[in-house]
Design a protein around this ligand. Structure first.
Ligand code: UD1
Length: 358
């Protein structure tokens, strides 16, 4: 019998699973990985498995893209069929974060009475217009073991009546940053020059955007990209596939350079080399903080409120005036470690091991 079936599907989940899978293996816990197929482009999926040493998935459900109902339903239907066909169910189903893959994994398992482990539990933006917020709330309430990145998650879960099986493990993305930030072999500048036919400037800002609220409206997209012309620095933008097709209708500022999505190891190199970050991603806010780069978050709220400490992260929404103002701000000198000690995966594996042996 397999101890754990892990569900992954979207880019950040491959990164988180890479460090946790290794820790599970070291603790003697058996694991099978199922890929929902939510992210399917080679640059959004295969490259992460290749370079992070994440074991190949035993199954790919090939759910692909679509409206939320269709995408989630497709994953749910295929996952349920797969779980029912197993000769014996796993002891746990493990899910990460807040994507549609997370929700489908948690729902399929809970209905089949397989206990769910949620990594990155207790996070809230308190904005129910975000699909991720709905996925988080439902997943937490279906989970048996919940691992939080900080005390904030624990308190939030308690306020919703979830007090059993909750642990503050620290954040597995911090483990990943510590494990992989020196792992790039070769010259990343040369590699980029080769792939993208351009020379990365010495000083630049790093920019990403993929939230529907920012990318599905031409106005938000124009406001945000337009505000970037205010900086003297070049801005490098690895463009998410969901955004690529929307750019034809927009005139981009001259200092904005679009490139293809980059691998995790390349992203860490870009993060370390940049002067600062502009993003609406959750993970990148934390990575910028850990690598001590100032971050402008192009959202009205953040789940990662601790990163606002000392002005390292500033919220601007899609508002050009606030983005311009933030571009001229500098963070304070105060910086403290956040979200654990970089050994979250190990502590998660220890707790799961204890539960398996009861
Ligand atoms: C998803 C997650 C988001 C997470 C992000 C990480 C949900 C609701 N959202 O958003 O929380 O931060 O992943 O990147 O689960 N596409 C491709 N190739 C791919 C994948 C996507 O072309 O490999 C395009 C498709 O046009 C698709 C669109 O991107 O319709 C959106 O992809 P989807 O997986 O639905 O959501 P993300 O925006 O990636």
């Amino acid at each position: 019998m397999t101890d754990i079936i892990t569900i992954v599907g979207a880019r950040p989940q491959f990164v988180k699973a890479a460090v946790v899978s290794k820790a599970l293996k070291e603790a003697g816990i058996s694991e099978q990985i199922i890929h929902t197929g939510q992210h399917y482009d080679a640059r959004m999926s295969a490259v992460f498995f290749d370079e992070l040493g994440l074991p190949a998935p035993s199954v790919n459900l090939a759910a692909g893209s679509g409206l939320h109902g269709k995408q989630t339903a497709d994953m749910l239907e295929k996952l349920e069929a797969h779980l029912i066909a197993l000769s014996s169910p796993p002891s746990f189903m493990m899910v990460y974060g807040d994507t549609n893959s997370t929700l489908a994994g948690a729902l399929a398992a809970a209905k089949l009475h397989i206990p769910v482990i949620h990594i990155e539990a207790g996070l809230r933006s308190f904005n129910r217009k975000m699909p991720e917020e709905i996925n988080r709330v439902v997943t937490d309430h279906l989970s048996t073991l919940l691992f939080c990145s900080s005390d904030g998650g624990l308190k939030q879960l308690a306020s919703e009546g979830i007090t059993e099986g909750v642990h503050v493990s620290g954040d597995v993305m911090y483990d990943a940053v510590r494990t992989f930030s020196e792992a790039y072999s070769g010259d990343f500048r040369k590699q980029l020059a080769l792939e993208e036919a351009f020379t990365l400037p010495d000083r630049f800002l790093l920019f990403t955007l993929h939230r529907p609220s920012n990318t599905d409206s031409d106005e938000a997209l124009k406001n945000i990209t337009g505000a970037l012309s205010e900086t003297d620095l070049p801005v490098i933008w690895p463009v998410h596939p969901r955004v690529r097709s929307r750019l034809d209708a927009i005139t981009l500022p001259k200092n904005l350079r679009c490139i293809s999505p980059v691998s995790y190891l390349m992203m860490l190199q870009l993060l370390k080399a940049c002067e600062g970050v502009l993003t609406d991603s959750g993970g990148l806010q934390k990575e910028a903080y850990w690598l001590q780069k100032p971050c402008i978050t192009l959202r009205e709220e953040t789940e990662w409120t601790e990163t606002l400490h000392g002005g390292w992260n500033v919220l601007t929404g899609p508002d050009p005036a606030r983005i311009r103002a933030a571009l001229s701000q500098k963070p304070g000198s105060e910086w403290k470690t956040l979200y654990g000690n970089g050994r979250a995966a190990e502590s998660i594996a220890t707790i799961i091991s204890d539960c398996l042996n009861v």
